[in-house]
Design a protein around this ligand. Structure first.
Ligand SMILES: [Zn+2]
Length: 150
């Protein structure tokens, strides 16, 4: 018999492997990925083979910062049918120091508690399960410090 104490816990999978690299097997934390174009210098969210700016394939995958500034947000009251979370929810655009904007849900905050210009940090959540029961890990934004206040 194999001796694998963690064998019951299925390894987590990233909702978008080219966007979120899981830092551990359970997906408790992760790193956002981006693309840096060596030809024109443009950067974009997500690891892509081609530059969206100049279409060059001379690109490299970079790790993006896990903290940024909320530059825009929307409170969504009527979600798409594919949305599995709570309603209403906050959809935030966060600009990272790499000058890349990453859009995702803002969690652990009410609409009246957030404002443009506030610091956000990356967090991960389990957003569902695969057919094999593996947790699907999604990336979210949380106001910096919110984890400590609650
Ligand atoms: Zn380019």
């Amino acid at each position: 018999m194999e001796d694998k104490p963690e064998s019951k816990a299925a390894a987590a999978v990233s909702v978008k492997p080219n966007m979120l690299r899981l830092a551990d097997k359970e997906g408790r934390s992760g790193v956002l990925l981006g693309t840096h174009c060596k030809r024109c210098g443009a950067r974009a969210a997500g690891s892509n083979r081609h530059c969206r700016n100049c279409a060059s394939s001379d690109t490299q995958t970079i790790e993006l910062s896990s903290r940024g500034v909320l530059v825009n947000y929307t409170v969504v009251h009527r979600a798409a049918s594919s949305w599995g979370g709570q309603v209403p929810y906050i959809l935030g655009e966060v600009e990272l120091p790499e000058r890349v904007v990453v859009t995702s849900e803002v969690v652990d905050a009410r609409p009246n508690e957030i404002h443009e210009g506030m610091q956000m940090e990356l967090t991960t959540r389990v957003g569902g399960r695969t057919e094999n029961g593996e947790p699907i890990v999604v990336y979210k934004w949380v106001p910096s410090g919110a984890k400590h206040e609650k």
